[in-house]
Design a protein around this ligand. Structure first.
Ligand SMILES: Cc1cc2nc3c(=O)[nH]c(=O)nc-3n(C[C@H](O)[C@H](O)[C@H](O)COP(=O)(O)OP(=O)(O)OC[C@H]3O[C@@H](n4cnc5c(N)ncnc54)[C@H](O)[C@@H]3O)c2cc1C
Length: 397
């Protein structure tokens, strides 16, 4: 079995690397933001995405009839991996979640309005699934959408929380309950696209352990016209389940984890702890070798996921295994950093004795966040057990 890229993919990888160098800017490329480096949350980061759009690199795997490149998903994968490796923003919510779901289920009107804007990097999205009483068990969501027949739309009231990007996104992709009497909590929910710049929407900061911002979003009788309903009324949960499979796959790259491991490996090669070179410590060698093996496994998980997506299928068990493995790997690398560094490992960025400028301490905090967003580790295991192994459903999750 050959795990090397074919020549055309290698050529594209070189092209992306050259592009990154040509557009290098320390404010755009920042590995210290770990997984949140993917966000397009500053004007400079938007400019960078526009430059990528001009290359035709957004929507490469979309069908050509919708302005996409009609190309193998491998190109998109390589692009994201190269960007994530240097801490640059990459294609995520717009192309990967909203765009792909609209292509499969959206009306022609929605496709025409949103797909070109996504391809041109003109708009950013926030994803509104989680609520105070609906996280892992998303079907328990209680945000209400009440029919407004007179104006031809819906009125939304309720609270979302942990919404990344809500403080700068133009559009909110959110799910609400349109029929509380549908008979099952999985039914009677609908997916909407909502412009963020209107009365009745309040966004407040929720700081995370990893130093990055997420938000609480309060909606008070916010009107959404029928044209911004995604797919069929009542089928929101079905679309979101599918979109979550895209999300696990699109937003979680392996290269940032690989780079973090490489930082650790290089540190072990050169650091001294208690006056002795760490590389002479048999325990350190064991730890690094174990992690080197886990990194290779993570790369294969990614390839399995991309292979399924490239075959036109939705990679759900593969994506769950990939996310679970890489998030655990992230934590293992952080644990190993702190274990081998001893007390200095917990020093923060800016402390003179902090190894690798506090990356260890920050990574330890950030990697907790990784294991929660887009479904916790327990949820990924439930998906694997239920969909992959046919084991019984656990509390409906
Ligand atoms: C940085 C970050 C960004 C996020 N961004 C977004 C976003 O943009 N949009 C959005 O909608 N949400 C977002 N989330 C929310 C995230 O998806 C939820 O936090 C996650 O789904 C878990 O839900 P919860 O926090 O309500 O925890 P709960 O679901 O209450 O879980 C609490 C604990 O119980 C465990 N658990 C729950 N159910 C089961 C079960 N059936 N079996 C075994 N264990 C179980 C969980 O694994 C967890 O350990 C984000 C979260 C973070 C941390």
């Amino acid at each position: 079995m050959d795990f090397t890229y074919p020549p055309e993919i290698l050529a594209f990888q070189r092209e992306v690397r050259a592009f990154i160098q040509d557009h290098w800017d320390d404010e755009v490329m920042d590995v210290r933001r770990e997984g949140m480096a993917q966000l397009v949350d500053t004007p400079k980061r938007r400019e960078f995405m526009k430059a990528m759009a001009a290359q035709g690199w957004l929507g490469m795997s979309w069908p050509t009839e919708y302005g996409g490149g009609g190309m193998d998903g491998m190109y998109e994968y390589v692009l994201n991996e190269e960007l994530a490796a240097v801490g640059a923003p990459y294609i995520g919510k717009g192309v990967g979640i909203v765009g792909k779901t609209l292509i499969r289920h959206g009306s022609e009107e929605l496709k025409q309005e949103f797909l070109p804007q996504i391809l041109n990097a003109e708009i950013e999205f926030a994803i509104g699934y989680t609520e105070p009483n609906a996280g892992s068990d998303l079907a328990a969501l209680s945000m209400r959408a009440v029919r407004d027949e007179e104006n031809g739309g819906w009125r939304l009231t309720g609270q979302k929380r942990f919404t990344t990007s809500a403080h700068f996104a133009e559009w909110y992709w959110l799910i609400a309950r349109t029929d509380p009497d549908a008979g099952s909590k999985h039914k009677g929910t609908t997916l909407f696209l909502l412009p963020m710049d209107q009365d009745g929407i309040q966004v407040t900061n929720m700081p995370t352990l990893g130093d990055e911002r997420v938000n609480e979003v309060f909606l008070d009788d916010v009107f959404v016209p029928d044209r911004y309903v995604v797919g069929e009324v009542g089928k929101g949960f079905y679309y979101v389940s599918e979109a979550l499979d895209f999300e696990r796959f699109t937003l979680f790259t392996v290269s940032a984890y690989v780079k973090r491991y490489e930082v650790f490996r290089d540190w072990v090669r050169t650091a001294e702890v208690d006056g002795r070179p760490l590389r002479d410590d048999p325990r350190a060698r064991q730890v690094v070798a174990r992690l080197a093996t886990a990194v290779e496994v993570a790369k294969v998980h990614t390839l399995r996921t991309i292979a399924k997506a490239a075959a036109g299928e939705v990679p759900n068990i593969e994506a769950a295994m990939f996310k679970l493995w890489t998030c655990q790997l992230g934590q293992q690398v952080s644990d190993a950093m702190l274990e081998l560094a001893g007390p200095t490992g917990v020093l923060r960025r800016g402390s003179p004795d902090a190894p690798v400028d506090g990356r260890f301490e920050h990574a330890l905090r950030y990697t907790v966040v990784d294991t929660v967003g887009a479904g916790t580790n327990e949820v990924q295991r439930n998906i694997i057990a239920r969909r992959g192994l046919g084991l019984p459903v656990n509390n409906g999750v």
